[in-house]
Design a protein around this ligand. Structure first.
Ligand code: SF4
Length: 331
């Protein structure tokens, strides 16, 4: 699965690094001074690298916790994200990471304790507020869990700060590391869902929607808080039938009364990212339209966006109260 592991040389004694190296005894090991030497060079092809990404083990410096985009909000008064990892083993054609990074290699920042210190700092800055921390902004929160052991470190941490929330955002159906623990009440396992047809055509290497729903159901039954993320909604000729069917199936499997939140947002990307992705996949229908630019963002024409959004919102209202539904539409 991983043929090559790059690591920042001064991290060699780090226990987390040692454990990961042991896990891949046959991987080719390459030391470097700084992960950016491998990850940032210009002459790289994300699409080619995605076929066999290497793993880079690094130390994250600088700003470790950042304000989350406003459309991430799911009820908190403050929203931040942190990225213990860059990139993901799945290959969604609409993923903004392929337009943002030059490299498809996985970067794992192993200094978890520094992230936790930075989170504590934010908590102390806003002691009276309900703060949400999002871990799935630059990666999938769970897809690489068997390598990262992220949960083992971060769940107890958040459990000891019950007035803050951690959102794990994922398309993974591998939830045994959550099921084997007592539910953490301030953790939301948030699953991205799309119609099966969109899943098969645009979400390469991800588990099927049915497999995700089975995992969601198992987690909810064992007491975990669940979020459903219908974002990005992708327009297709039969979007109404496809999304109506998806919502129906999702709410057959999930108890709406016990859901933490649902978010709904349409496909949208900053223009430079959209253009890079279009160059990587010039034949991809998703980028062929109907797309227009508004205020630096590429998305569906206003009227179409409104029509699809309102349809989905109305369908969702059959299953879940409006106060649990959050909009990811940029106004
Ligand atoms: S699961 Fe998320 S992070 Fe991974 S490729 Fe898909 S959109 Fe990108």
């Amino acid at each position: 699965m991983i043929d090559t592991i790059y690591f920042e040389e001064n991290l060699l004694p780090n226990l987390r690094v040692q454990e990961i190296l042991k896990r891949f005894p046959n991987a080719h090991r390459v030391a470097c001074d700084y992960y950016g030497e491998v990850f940032n060079p210009k002459a790289q092809n994300f699409r080619l690298q995605k076929e066999n990404p290497a793993l880079i083990l690094a130390n994250k410096t600088g700003s470790l916790v950042l304000p989350a985009p406003s459309e991430y909000a799911i009820g908190g008064t403050r929203n931040f994200y942190f990225s213990h990892m860059l990139n993901c083993p799945y290959d969604c054609r609409y993923c903004f990471l392929q337009g943002m990074y030059r490299s498809a290699h996985y970067v794992l920042f192993v200094n978890y304790e520094d992230f936790q210190d930075a989170i504590l700092k934010k908590i102390s800055e806003f002691p009276e507020e309900e703060i949400y921390f999002f871990s799935g902004y630059d990666c999938d929160s769970l897809a690489f869990e068997s390598v990262t052991n992220f949960l083992e470190s971060f769940l107890p941490f958040f459990e000891s700060h019950p007035n803050t929330y951690l959102e794990l955002r994922t398309k993974s159906a591998q939830v045994s590391s959550l099921l084997s623990r007592k539910p953490v009440q301030n953790c939301i396992a948030a699953f991205s869902l799309a119609p099966e047809k969109i899943n098969r055509s645009l979400e390469s290497k991800t588990p099927s929607i049915e497999a995700r729903l089975q995992s969601i159901q198992a987690l909810q039954m064992s007491g975990w808080k669940i979020g459903l993320r219908f974002d990005p909604v992708i327009y297709c000729a039969d979007y109404a039938g496809e999304y109506a069917q998806l919502f129906k199936r999702a709410f057959e499997m999930v108890d709406a009364n016990r859901l933490h939140s649902v978010s709904l947002g349409l496909f949208r990307l900053p223009k430079p990212i959209y253009e890079t992705m279009h160059r990587l996949y010039p034949d991809e229908k998703l980028f062929a339209g109907p797309i227009e630019e508004r205020s630096g963002m590429c998305s569906y024409p206003k009227e179409l966006e409104h029509q699809v959004y309102e349809f989905c919102l109305k369908e969702l209202s059959r299953y879940i109260p409006a106060q649990k539904t959050f909009s990811c539409v940029i106004v």
